[in-house]
Design a protein around this ligand. Structure first.
Ligand code: 6PG
Length: 481
């Protein structure tokens, strides 16, 4: 028999995705891995999948029906290019190569350009949901051409997670759009994780509750408006006891967070696009700070904290405050993430439906959460929404939360507990809603030292004050910058 789809790269994500594909009616899956032993192992362990094992790229191509469709699941970077080069040699015009790794969308754009010259379609596709998602249903974010979507749509729909009856996949936009949106998804994931971690830390230090007791708090939160995969797994991690020491596992894990780069990309691109994703940036920086043991060891010895004791009158009230602060800050992280998607779509010419993105994030992916429906609703009600947090539903959320949010941030500052994502989300909120910002002073400073000019509130034109002369104002030619 011929296979209708192939998977290259059989590490955990690749094998699980291949098994997911094979389990769906009508699919026959060809598999290939650089080290053939891996292929043999997978095929032997999963006879039910009916895999077609192949031992060379040529054999892989020969066993695929045309147009051939192959999904590459290898570590993003040079490995991807090596596989693409081999596939291009054995594939024909009209065939489709999908890159399902966490590629940089700029690489995806360049790869598509290069590969499209051969007549082969290249489709950069974000796949979220980790190992379990790959096996049972991920959230899928494909870019690429409309033509390749015709073939891929039904395949992706068959393996994607299902949320409220709808498969968590949509054609995001052309070329790098899928990987761009996956990148922002990961940025939001970083922010969400950091906010949860700050909440846990504040509750632990403020109330003295044990990790297992805080796990109960997260379980309870997971029954309300914060219901989400990350809250759910947080409770499980906090409840885990280390077999070797009998301590909570979270207390024996080294407190230095790793990162593979997608969070940093989200921030780098936001800087280029001029989009303030401050909550996401704080989350990335908090990981960087944690991973500087040398600096931290020195600072621990010499930098004092506040001298007053931290007293919390009602642990229950405090925990509820933290919950609200987390919810409001999370709304900000999504609002900022969607701003970046909107700016990216404009910059790179993608036609992205914001409501659809929220929809396909409802299931399968790491940031899946109950409140994503509200984002879809918000964009359905107003596709040109200038900022997600200003949609009526989210205005209500932050209005209700602002008191607790301010209390939590000021308590954290008083107590000397770092809460960078809570604090910066609140600062963003206050910045966005301010009727006057001190940016006016910055313009004055810029004009003073660099004659950078400014605009006025009361009339059109570009102005400059003769700071080193008689300090009169002159109207300037050209544009302000
Ligand atoms: C997902 C995850 C997944 C992965 C990333 C981020 O959506 O399934 O985002 O892609 O966990 O590699 O991991 P880091 O924390 O290592 O950057």
């Amino acid at each position: 028999p011929q296979a209708n789809i192939g998977v290259v790269g059989l590490a955990v994500m690749g094998s699980n995705l291949a098994r997911n594909l094979a389990s769906r009616e009508g699919n026959t899956v060809a598999v290939f891995n650089r080290t053939a032993a891996k292929t043999d192992e997978l095929v032997a362990e999963h006879p039910e999948a009916g895999f077609i094992a192949t031992k060379s790229y040529q054999e892989f191509a020969d066993r695929l029906s045309t147009p051939r469709t192959a999904i590459i699941m290898v570590q993003a970077g040079r490995g991807t290019d090596a596989v693409i080069d081999e596939l291009v040699k054995v594939f024909e015009p009209g065939d489709i190569i999908v890159d399902g790794g966490n590629a940089n969308f700029r690489d995806t754009i360049a790869r598509e350009k290069r590969i499209s010259e051969t007549g082969i379609h290249f489709v950069g596709t974000g796949i979220s949901g980790g190992e379990e998602g790959a096996l049972n249903g991920p959230s899928i974010m494909p870019g690429g051409s409309d033509e390749s979507w015709q073939t891929l749509g039904p395949i992706f729909r068959s393996i994607a997670a299902v949320a409220e009856g709808e498969p968590c996949v949509t054609h995001i936009g052309h070329d790098g759009a899928g990987h761009f949106v996956k990148m922002v998804h990961n940025g939001i994931e970083y922010a969400d994780m950091q906010l949860i971690a700050e909440g846990y830390d504040l509750i632990r230090r403020g109330t003295g509750k044990s990790p297992a007791e805080i796990a109960d708090v997260f379980d309870e939160w997971n029954r309300g408006e914060l219901e989400s995969y990350l809250i759910e797994i947080t409770a499980q991690v906090l409840r885990q006891v280390d077999a070797a020491t009998g301590k909570p596992l979270v207390d024996v894990i080294l407190d230095q967070a790793g990162a593979k780069g997608t969070g940093a990309w989200t921030v780098q691109n936001a800087l280029d696009l001029g989009v303030p994703v401050s909550g996401i940036a704080e989350a990335v920086f908090a990981r960087s700070l944690s991973s500087k043991p040398g600096q931290r060891a020195v600072a621990q010895k010499v930098l004092p904290g506040p001298s007053d004791r931290w007293t919390i009158e009602s642990p229950e009230d405090f925990i509820e405050d933290v919950r609200q602060a987390l919810y409001a800050s999370k709304v900000i992280a999504y609002s900022q993430g969607f701003d970046e998607i909107i700016a990216g779509a404009e910059e790179f010419g993608w036609d992205i439906d914001k409501g659809d993105i929220a929809k396909i994030w409802r299931g399968g992916c790491i940031i899946r959460a109950r409140f994503l429906n509200r984002i879809t609703d918000a964009y359905a009600a107003d596709p040109d929404l200038t900022s997600l947090v200003t949609a009526p539903f989210f205005v209500d959320v932050v209005t209700a939360a602002q008191g607790p949010w301010r209390r939590v941030v000021s308590m954290a500052a008083h107590a000397g507990v770092p809460a960078p994502a809570f604090a910066s989300s609140l600062a963003y909120y206050d910045g966005l809603r301010a009727d006057r910002l001190p940016a006016a002073l910055i313009q004055g400073q810029r004009d003073f030292f660099g004659a950078h000019t400014y605009k006025r509130v009361d009339k059109d034109g570009i102005f400059h004050t003769l700071w080193s002369g008689d300090r009169s104002e002159v109207e300037s030619e050209g544009s302000s910058h």
